[in-house]
Design a protein around this ligand. Sequence first.
Ligand SMILES: [Zn+2]
Length: 381
Amino acid sequence: MAWQGIQGVDGIALQFARANRRGRLGGSFLFVGPNGVGKRTFAFALAKTLLCRRHFPKPGAGLADAGEPERTPQEELDYFQPCGRCECCAQFERVDESNASDGVVIPTHPDFHYVCKPADKSLFPLELLIGDKDSRSRAGLCYELNQTAFMGGRKIAIVDDADFLNLESANALLKTLEEPPPNSIIILIGTSATKQLPTIRSRCQIFRFAPLQRDELADVLLKIGKTSDPERAEAIAKIAGGSLEEAEKALDDKFAEFQQTVLTELSRGRMRAVEFAAKICEFVDAAGKEAILRRNRLRNVLKAALAFYRETLFALAGETRGSQGATRQAAERYARSGAVDADSVLACAERTVDALDQIDRNVNLPFIIEAWAYAVAENTR
Ligand SMILES: [Zn+2]
């Protein structure tokens, strides 16, 4: 089974379903897990369900549990669905296309609020949470959560990209997280619990989203029409490590081609930094006008480099674990060339991690590329 068609979340959905039916649902949640495993999709489906009139919080619930027959997990999940007919469900279906952020389409339901880090910002803007200077504490997510629910049920807020909350933004959220207003729910979404400040972690109930199983991921790829060939779906799922995001990357034929260029350059004894940087810039620019597409491309290039260095370390240590495939072959060639040792490979890997971090902090892309290529070339002489 897959609750509301989302693979791999049945266990988590069941906990929410039971807690809600018993009137014991908490108010502050932190969803963590790798990118592309369905955290946001689940959060939106959960919001729609909890905002549906059928699942409105019942006064006095929590005491009334005793008389109810025990339900099987399947019965529980079957019941924990939005009815699809009430005015709340209809509201959630309505979306404001102009309000789509980074491709996320946001329902216009008046009791639903979604914020994320804008693509062109390196940190979470404080004003999204507590309003700008002129309307401090009279606007923003925390303010909205404190208002009476428009539809008479709950208010639900989702804070996506919680990895990017700085101390100031996190502090602005603490009071809301510690004591959410009655019948309100706040969900933070991040990649790992350790990336959240301890003050945030300790105030939230944490749910971990595991990478998808290979067959689950293959199913998703077929279902959302990324490919219609079951064998290809299976093959892609195998290399994607349970992440839909990784799978989409693997389906980008242009990237697969360029990856070979990256591996060839990196495994040269002497890297040609200037030419290599120019090639990467050209490839990244070809992704299109939107900054987010170019950033994603560079991210993929650098992740491919990081995988290459990891395999090289395995190869240098004579380890046979790690992947097979083109990356491993290039890494073995490189390790055998005698031009490298573990220290220089580690230095290159660290420099690559820094470059990935710079993408998130919105450093100018050509600058990241050139600085990275020079640093890596420097480490391989
Ligand atoms: Zn409904």
